[in-house]
Structures are given as structure tokens and as C-alpha cells.
Design a protein around this ligand. Sequence first.
Ligand code: ZN
Length: 80
Amino acid sequence: MEPIEESVDAYLCPFCRAENNCMAYSKEPCWCFEITIPTALQELIPESSKGKSCICLACINAYQESPENFALDKNLSTNK
Ligand SMILES: [Zn+2]
């Protein structure tokens, strides 16, 4: 039997599946509290990962450089 992904791995970026280095579950303040994640980017997080997984810094940077390219690259639909 395959292990079913009943819980999303909070340490993996929902977009690129890389480790996000989020410190939310440690005692250190997470770097993600220091920066502003665009609301539009948060909207793109898959429903199953919302509120669970952090986006990694690389994806935030990529999104800020070009939201269109980011969405294309990640196969995301920006039009709702
Ligand atoms: Zn990422």
C-alpha cells in the first residue's frame, strides 16, 4: 500500500516541492514572517496545501519577478 498523503508536508513548498526552510514549527521566528507574501500568490496555493505549507523563498522571488511566468511555469491558472 502506498502511503496516502493525508497530510501535506508543511516543510515542502506547495509549488516546487522543495524544502521551504520554514521555521514556523520551531522556536525561531520564521523568515516568512519578515517578508510579505503577495495575496495573489497565496491564492494560487492548492486548496489542499493552503494554510499548511509555506511557499519557499525561491518561488516568492520568482513570482515577484513575473507573476505570469511563475503561473505558467507551475501550470497554475491565474484566471478564476
Ligand atoms: Zn517553492
